[in-house]
Design a protein around this ligand. Structure first.
Ligand code: FPP
Ligand code: MG
Length: 309
């Protein structure tokens, strides 16, 4: 991971000063570097001894970072990880454009790696990512959203990048198609667990204490699993959410009222249980070997379903 950091640093260099400034700000703002870590661990799991996994792990992290720069503009979010978001500090235009820089730098790095299979994988993944975000946008305040539709958005907008990290690790280590597919699915399941926890935390008081804004998803019209589950057993909640949807946002005590009802109906608990199911599935896909790396990968799956950060 030290080599990953050095590679990130090298690839953020530009004589256009705003690029390293914003790039370093977002890359060093307390991100967990989960995706590159996954990529490195999976390469190590299969005893890879080369160097390609380092820049390819950075490619995954850069695409992720670019998507966050864009996402905070799309979501009008002025906070990320308890700090002002890049758009909160430099404005929307700078965030979008530096996001474009990171995204295109990621593709330059893949071309330098020179493996068409990796270019195909990452171009498909970023396409799915963009599709997932557009799908989510088209479902703004779509109160009939089903659990299956919600999971489809999650798979496309978040889990695909975790899937890619798993796939890259196994691919550089020269594994068979079958093993690559298993590691891709491990990443995918871990990614779904990760996003389900994000969605659960948006309704939990504890998140506010951890410096994460709560109640933002519904305010933006995102109908996530905790709310879908709670609405199934609470007609008064459905009625209130309809009013919020018609108005296009919160008024008065809407935010805390909805959060309390969702918690009372077990919405966040349900989403966290689902996250746990996905983490278990991820662990079941790991090879049956007694190694420290394998144990770490299992711990990472557990972390995704139990995190509070
Ligand atoms: C976070 O979700 C956002 C994503 C997982 C993906 C964002 C992707 C884009 C905006 C597409 C960008 C595409 C390219 C090619 C650069 P969230 O808003 O639910 O979670 P948050 O709490 O972290 O904001
Ligand atoms: Mg967001």
């Amino acid at each position: 991971m030290t080599r990953v950091d050095a590679c990130i640093h090298r690839n953020l260099q530009s004589d256009i000063m705003m690029i390293p400034a914003i790039g370093h700000y977002i890359v060093h703002s307390g991100g967990k570097r989960l995706r590159p870590l996954l990529c490195l661990l999976i390469a190590r799991l299969f005893n890879y001894r080369g160097d390609r996994h380092i820049p390819l792990a950075v490619v995954v992290e850069f695409i992720h970072t670019a998507s966050l720069l864009h996402d905070d503009v799309v979501d009008s979010s002025d906070q990320r990880r308890g700090n002002p978001s890049a758009n909160g500090v430099w404005g929307n235009q700078a965030s979008i454009l530096v996001g474009d820089y990171l995204f295109s730098r990621a593709f330059q790095m893949m071309v330098a790696d020179g493996d068409m299979a990796m270019l195909k994988l990452m171009s498909d993944v970023t396409n799915a990512l963009a599709e997932g975000e557009v799908l989510q946008l088209s479902r703004t305040f779509h109160l009939e959203m089903s659990e299956a539709e919600c999971l489809e958005v999650i798979e496309r907008k978040t889990a695909v990048l975790f899937k890619a990290a798993g796939e890259v690790g196994a691919h550089v280590a020269g594994q068979s198609e079958h093993t690559i597919a298993r590691m891709a699915e491990y990443g995918m399941c871990l990614g779904v667990a990760f996003q389900l926890m994000d969605d659960a935390m948006d309704y939990l008081v504890a998140s506010e204490e951890a410096g994460k804004p709560v109640g933002h998803d519904l305010e933006e019209g995102k109908i996530t699993l905790p709310l879908i589950h709670a609405m199934q057993s609470d007609p008064a909640l459905v009625e209130r959410v309809h009013t919020i949807a018609e108005r296009g946002g919160y008024a008065d005590d809407d935010k805390s009222w909805v959060r309390e009802r969702v918690e009372a109906a077990g919405g966040s608990t349900f989403a966290m249980q689902r996250a746990n199911d996905y983490a278990s599935r991820a662990k079941s896909l790991l090879p049956d070997v007694d190694s420290a790396v394998c144990k770490l990968l299992a711990d990472l799956a557990d972390f995704s379903a139990h995190r509070r950060i």
